[in-house]
Design a protein around this ligand. Structure first.
Ligand code: JEB
Length: 225
């Protein structure tokens, strides 16, 4: 998979060099390329924003630099993602769908967002998704894009070491995780649940499933089957 991201703050994406993209990148299953939107301007001040027609507070991102960026980066096989508080909610199912794409372009807005014609134009040359990281307001699309890229990259088919942990994830699909423990078995007087020390794998699986259901019922009952 190839991922491009366009932003006026390319530095936001530096965390991806630390994060788990390493395995996918080493296997050449993933390349991530970050672009500065201002490199697609052609005026002396590298302007990317302007006032909104119809009035109102704040600034919007101008269409022209985005048009230049999309023309350079997008083809008919690209999925263009606009992180947006007005988008569909990003779920694990969204990450799974996007993990099988050949090419993703993340168009990260700032200010009050991007001129709507940019989204409409992108839709005329490629598949477009408006996606929200969650129901809260961020200052721009970068943090959302980084989170989405991490969630997608760890699912890329063929990434070595992923298949076991991903099949364990599907074991408790849709539930919250059960509690986990490591050594020492007694820490500050607190014991690890005995069943986990028993070596009885059927009992352990049963206990974990019960704990996952208990937790989900307490914290996120809407997720229960
Ligand atoms: C994404 C963005 C802004 C109104 C107020 C502020 C571009 N879950 C999410 N919350 N906010 C964003 C998001 C996602 N994904 C988000 C892109 C932009 C916020 N802003 C600031 C926009 N509209 C500008």
């Amino acid at each position: 998979m190839r991922i491009d991201a366009v932003s006026i703050f390319p530095d936001f994406f530096q965390v991806l060099d630390i994060s788990l993209l390493g395995k996918a990148k080493a296997q050449e299953l993933l390349s991530v390329n970050i672009h500065d939107l201002r490199d697609f301007t052609d005026d002396k001040h590298r302007t990317v924003d302007d006032t909104p027609f119809g009035g109102g507070a704040g600034m919007l991102m101008k269409a022209e630099p985005w048009g230049q960026a999309l023309d350079k980066l997008v083809d008919s096989e690209t999925v263009v993602i606009f992180p947006s508080p007005a988008g569909e909610l990003f779920k694990q199912a969204t990450a799974k769908e996007l993990a099988s794409a050949k090419h993703l372009v993340f168009a990260c807005g700032r200010y009050e967002g991007i001129d709507q014609r940019v989204v409409d134009y992108a839709g005329s040359i490629a598949k477009v998704r408006l996606i929200s990281l969650g129901d809260y307001v961020l200052n721009g699309g970068e943090v959302a894009a980084v989170a989405m890229i991490e969630a997608i990259a760890r699912l890329i088919p063929g990434v070595i070491g992923n298949s076991e942990s991903l099949s364990e994830e599907s074991f408790s699909e849709g539930l919250l995780e059960y509690p986990s423990y490591t050594k020492p078995s007694n820490w500050r007087g607190m014991e690890v649940p005995e069943v986990l020390l028993s070596g009885n794998h059927a009992e352990i699986a049963k206990w974990r499933k019960a704990k996952a259901l208990e937790r989900t019922g307490q914290v996120r009952p809407e997720l229960l089957p």
